[in-house]
Design a protein around this ligand. Sequence first.
Ligand code: AHM
Ligand code: MG
Length: 335
Amino acid sequence: MNPNRHLMTLDEFTIHQTRQFKHATGELSTLLRDIGLACKFINKQVNKAGLVDILGAHGAVNVQGEEQMKLDIFANEVLINVLRNSSDCAGIASEENDSYVAFEDEHSINSKYVVMFDPLDGSSNIDVNASIGTIFCIYKRVSPLGKPCNETDFLQKGKNIMAAGYVIYGSSTMMVYATRLGVNGFTLEPSVGEFCLSHKDMKCPEDGKIYSINQGNSSKYDAKLIQFLQYCMEDDKETSRPYSHRYIGSMVADLHRTLIKGGLFMYPADTKSVKGKLRLLYECNPMSYIIEMAGGIGTDGQNAILDIEPCELHQRVPIFIGSKKMVEKALDFLK
Ligand code: AHM
Ligand code: MG
């Protein structure tokens, strides 16, 4: 390896950031490294997903005599196992589990942090080789140390998040994570198996030209939202309309594009899903934290997503998120 390399690994970067704080203990860096490790295992399996017909589908037994696992179940188990072994995690809550899991060993009950995640979001896209992702966020627990964590540690407002991020399994695999210090992106360098800093201090463009929504559900949308969608489709050179419509149906992929190119992603409530589809704790909070730390906005149409008081682990909320000016325009129509 070139000793004068300019590459900075995820580990090096988080340790460097930690040194800026006199009282920082490095526990957050350890957790980010552990989540990165779990995602490298997930990435390896996601890359093999196209071989499922050869290797055997969920429930089938492969040539080594091992049972094949559905990818989202595999991703969930890897994250739980890695975090259980981590020295700095008191417990987890996952989109795949009905309840939270408190780690009860001596070390974990004295750990300060809990982690929430959607292990493999957009998994209906696996069959067509489109990008999918892992979404996570880290909170400081509010329950006393020395005992297992409890539900109050997970039912915290998004604004209490200490760090949030996602890993996108796409044409390359990337981890993007945010803290109050900013948002940075790390691309997986497969030859050395390390996430390396590739997108420093990411900012969501203040305005954009792309809107993203499942427009096939229009017949179930509220009249104000329909008016806004008509606004997006109208001709107006001055405001670069009509906007382009892009919708992958994989939140991580749609929001990764929105973060880099600017735009507006929406998953509203409708007459069928009256509270929207996406989960507050595993999808909307972490993504809103990342976008807000990059200068954008995340709202449910009335309130900032990060200000919503959660009342249950699997709570759903409508979401409008992305470039500041585009979200504000949508709010002009919706409020
Ligand atoms: P999942 O957690 O079951 O994968 O569902 C979440 C996904 C998001 O990634 C995406 O934004 C949304 O569902 C797409 O839903 P729809 O197919 O209704 O447009
Ligand atoms: Mg999901």
